[in-house]
Design a protein around this ligand. Structure first.
Ligand SMILES: Nc1nc2c(ncn2[C@@H]2O[C@H](COP(=O)(O)OP(=O)(O)OP(=O)(O)O)[C@@H](O)[C@H]2O)c(=O)[nH]1
Ligand SMILES: [Mg+2]
Length: 603
């Protein structure tokens, strides 16, 4: 066999697929089982669950934040798999990832059926003409209705495409947790073979020619200290070799001469150094410190660019600033403006839809992102690394077009017990939500709204409280629309500490009727720190460090007997939702506090 036909044979044995779905429908768990059954792990190897959700925050929150490339072998085929995040803030990433694959597994929870993000990712995949395999997952789950779920998926396809080839999709039923897949529900099965076989049969080997000029398309960025920025993407045509001189065609259309300093292939969960790679394969390339998403690496002699990929614009911005609270510098390892600046700009190496700008004040940086989760994950990551800083209330990014102010709108789906339907509508109306439709099955009501992002801020916690945790809500970016008008502020005022000190149980008990406290006895507070939420709309300064006046006869039990209601425990996201324009969240490795932005002149 000639060298070329040998390479063609290798290419014919490759399948590139993405796994896409609504959040939590079981993508990563399914990939886990695929990995296990492909024999990647040694028999006695102890492998943690959802091994792909590898960073601390992913594990803690049980969600995928970054898409990840792996590669497995099934019989003599190499299957390159990209696991994608399901949360709407990362929808842009999913869309980009779809550009490097030829097929996708659309995973749908058999009990929930298609959800908003299912529609979003499916519409993107269909627009790109990608072959879809529908995987009705979690068939073991209580309340699973695999056939009903499939019917709904079919309706969704019909709504989104007219292409008969795409409508004719193969279906596999699975229990990703145990690792079984079936063609029909009543089949017996012990493994994922039906899924692997369907992938090999229905997804075509990658297109592309090894004898054409090299074209590599950058889809994601990664970074490590040893090799710097790593561009991950697909070789659409040609051959690329390690240490080779190539050209980079950048966003501005300039053709720059560069050298590949490292070529990385994917093998199982690992990245391995390789010497050459061919059209159709997904690889990582280092040696390009300035390379951006959507740019093309091509040959030196005959450079040819692939179409640029658009990157989603940020919709929310907030200020990150040096901590200037009275506790500044006592809890963090990295606290200076220089350290904060360096860390934020370093984040841009791989966090594609993030923007960082300097401001007139060298202690303040403006950071813009795709949504609350996108920004809060950055904050949480930095906090864990030892950074100490403070952030302002997230604000919506407006756009000007033909003299008109536009603002981002989201699709909002609210799924509540019937009894809460009216309440939800009442709460959403002043937030400028426009109802699109409403359906009830006699138990639960599902409603769709278009709502300005501004209107959504702070809604989640209110919603969870109103529905006593029974309500489910999802939102995805819809479009920029004309400014919807002022949204009244219903927020209550804050309860603010009057002096520096430690919270005393007696004081909390005395002040209990003023509102809900966020602090507990012994919490260290400073003047201007937010310790609770007022029952009224104004701020109230009070003394939470006030001791009980001592009497001559001391009762040894009176202090112990002080009964106080438990404080409301706020997560980082809750704090970001809670604060108002004149308030800040103070972030340190040990604590998350809220405060008035200006501590002087409090009345
Ligand atoms: N009963 C049942 N539970 C499952 C199955 N597959 C996944 N799960 C559970 O569903 C939850 C979500 O699973 P993940 O694999 O993290 O879902 P994901 O789609 O990767 O989630 P994101 O990446 O955050 O969008 C986990 O608690 C899994 O244990 C299944 O087949 N049956
Ligand atoms: Mg996942």
């Amino acid at each position: 066999m000639s060298e070329t036909s040998e390479i063609k044979d290798i290419i014919n044995k490759i399948r590139n697929i993405a796994i896409i779905a609504h959040v939590d429908h079981g993508k990563t768990t399914l990939v886990d089982s695929m990995l296990r059954q492909s024999g990647i792990f040694r028999d006695n190897e102890v492998v943690q669950e959802r091994v792909l959700d590898s960073n601390d925050l992913e594990r803690e929150r049980g969600i995928t934040i970054l898409s990840k490339n792996i590669s497995i072998s099934y019989e003599d085929t190499t299957i390159n798999i990209v696991d994608t995040p399901g949360h709407a803030d990362f929808g842009g990433e999913v869309e980009r990832v779809l550009g490097m694959v030829d097929g996708a597994l659309l995973v749908v929870d058999a009990a929930e059926g298609p959800m908003p993000q299912t529609r979003f990712v499916l519409s993107k995949a269909l627009q790109l003409g990608i072959k879809i395999i529908v995987v009705i997952n979690k068939i073991d789950r209580q309340g699973a209705e695999p056939h009903a779920a499939l019917d709904k998926v079919f309706d969704l396809f019909v709504e989104l495409t007219e292409n008969p080839d795409l409508l004719d999709f193969p279906v596999v039923y699975s229990d990703g947790l145990v690792g079984i897949a079936k063609y029909e529900l009543e089949d017996e099965s012990e493994d994922l073979d039906p899924l692997f076989k369907t992938i090999i049969k229905s997804i075509k080997p990658p297109k592309g020619h090894i004898d054409k000029t090299l074209q590599f398309h950058v889809t994601t960025l990664d970074y490590n200290d040893y090799v710097g920025r790593i561009a991950i993407g697909r070789i659409h045509n040609g051959v690329i070799k390690n240490n080779e001189q190539v050209s980079l065609i950048n966003r501005e259309g300039q053709v720059l001469r560069k050298k590949v300093t490292k070529l990385l292939g994917f093998k199982g969960l690992k990245r391995v150094d390789i010497e050459e790679a061919y059209a159709g394969d997904i690889v990582g390339i280092a040696g390009f410190s300035e390379i951006q998403i959507g740019e093309t690496i091509s040959s030196l002699s005959d450079p040819e660019a692939l179409p640029l990929i658009d990157i989603d614009e940020p919709t929310l911005k907030m200020n990150f600033s040096v901590n200037d609270s009275p506790f500044a510098g006592t809890e963090g390892k990295f606290v200076t403006s220089r350290q904060l600046r360096k860390r934020l700009f370093q984040e841009l190496e791989k966090n594609v839809s993030l923007r960082v700008e300097e401001t007139e004040n060298t202690d303040i940086f403006r950071v813009s992102g795709r949504g609350e989760l996108h920004l809060s994950i950055l904050i949480e990551t930095m906090r864990r690394e030892g950074y100490e800083f403070q952030v302002s209330k997230p604000e919506v990014i407006f756009k000007e077009k033909n003299g008109e102010t536009l603002e981002p709108f989201e699709n909002l789906v609210v799924d509540v017990p019937d009894a809460n339907a009216g309440g939800s509508i009442e709460k959403l109306a002043p937030r400028k939500a426009e109802m699109i439709d409403m359906k009830s099955n006699g138990l639960r009501t599902i409603m769709n709204f278009a709502i300005p992002v501004r209107g959504l801020i702070g809604f989640r916690s209110e919603f969870i409280r109103m529905t006593k945790g029974e309500g489910i809500m999802y939102h995805t970016f819809k479009e920029y629309r004309p400014f919807a008008g002022e949204i009244p502020n219903y927020k209550n005022g804050s309860l603010i500490a009057h002096e520096d000190g430690e919270v005393i149980p007696y004081a909390l008990q005395q002040l209990e009727d003023r509102g809900i406290f966020f602090v507990k006895p012994k919490t260290k507070v400073y003047r201007g720190m937010i310790v609770g939420e007022n029952t009224r709309q104004k701020d109230l300064i009070l003394n939470v460090c006030k001791m009980k006046r001592l009497t001559n006869v001391r009762s040894s039990t009176s202090d112990i007997a002080t009964v106080i209601s438990p404080p409301r425990d706020l997560s980082l996201e809750d704090c970001l939702e809670y604060i108002k324009e004149d308030e800040l969240v103070e972030i340190t490795p040990q604590n998350i506090r809220m405060r008035k932005a200006t501590l002087t002149g409090l009345k």
